[in-house]
Design a protein. Structure first.
Length: 264
């Protein structure tokens, strides 16, 4: 059934996207390969944080530049995503380390298949794994938001060439105000959708509000959702600043080149 659903997805991507759809499929395949390699390296005992940072850089490169081409928009989006993820790395690490929320949560730990069929002594720092999960979970939303901002500001700059760097930056902020609401809603409903069965289980088990609020399973899911929202909010000014700088720097370089050619 998974193969059938994947085949339907690929057919629809090709039918709707055409050549760009084929490029999207290749980019998706490359990202899956990168994630698979990252899992193998993590299981081999390599540093989770180093592997995650390298995997994030490669995934960002594939998603932005290989899929959409090397241009001002994708380079600005790549830089903005790198800045946001670097800032979030320290924030996520601090929160995860202070809350001690790594490893299996209460629901996962009491499942029979974990107790009888799996070896939980894997010699991997679960706090680092939790940090990596948060980073990779927020990466997709950050890339999407950053590219949306840079593409929109670039189109504004094309049609209004007299705008200053500050005006382009404020245009990006205004565009961000328009799209950030739907982005946050997407993250919220993605979390609620995959957690409906868990909430039903908690209701059936008659867990108290105090137990749920102070539980690890609630914190792990909510932390990913909240960090995703924070990352998208940070991506708006970061992407606006990067694309405004890139556009005006490119124009300044072009003008300098034209002036040099005339002098020659």
């Amino acid at each position: 059934m998974i193969g059938i659903l994947a085949l339907i997805l690929f057919i629809l991507i090709l039918a709707v996207g055409g050549d760009r759809g084929a490029v999207s499929i290749m980019a998706l395949t490359g990202n899956i390969a990168v994630l698979s390699l990252a899992v193998v390296l993590l299981a081999g005992g390599h540093s989770p944080l180093v592997i995650t940072l390298l995997a994030g850089c490669v995934i960002s490169y594939i998603t932005l530049i290989k899929q959409n081409g090397k241009n001002v928009k994708t380079k600005a989006a790549f830089l903005a995503a790198a800045i946001v993820m670097l800032v979030l790395l320290f924030a996520i690490y601090g929160v995860i380390w202070d809350s001690k929320s790594g490893g299996l949560n209460e629901i996962q730990a009491m499942q029979e298949d974990v107790m009888y069929y799996y070896n939980v002594d894997v010699h991997i720092n679960m706090l680092h794994i939790a940090v990596c999960i948060c980073l990779l979970s927020t990466l997709g939303a950050v890339l999407d938001t950053a590219l949306s901002i840079t593409s929109s500001v670039y189109e504004v700059a094309v049609h209004k060439k007299d705008l200053s760097r500050r005006e382009l930056y404020h245009s990006g902020l205004q565009i961000g105000k328009e799209i950030i609401g739907t982005t946050i809603n997407t993250l919220l409903f993605a979390y609620l959708g995959e957690s409906m069965l868990l909430f039903a289980y908690l209701k059936t088990g008659k867990f108290t509000i105090e137990t749920i609020v102070n539980s690890k399973f609630l914190f792990q899911d909510v932390a990913v959702m909240l960090f995703g929202g924070i990352a998208c909010l940070l991506a708006v000014p970061a992407a606006s600043l990067c694309i405004a700088h890139f556009i005006r720097s490119k124009e300044r370089i072009s003008l300098a080149g034209e002036k040099q050619n005339k002098n020659q």
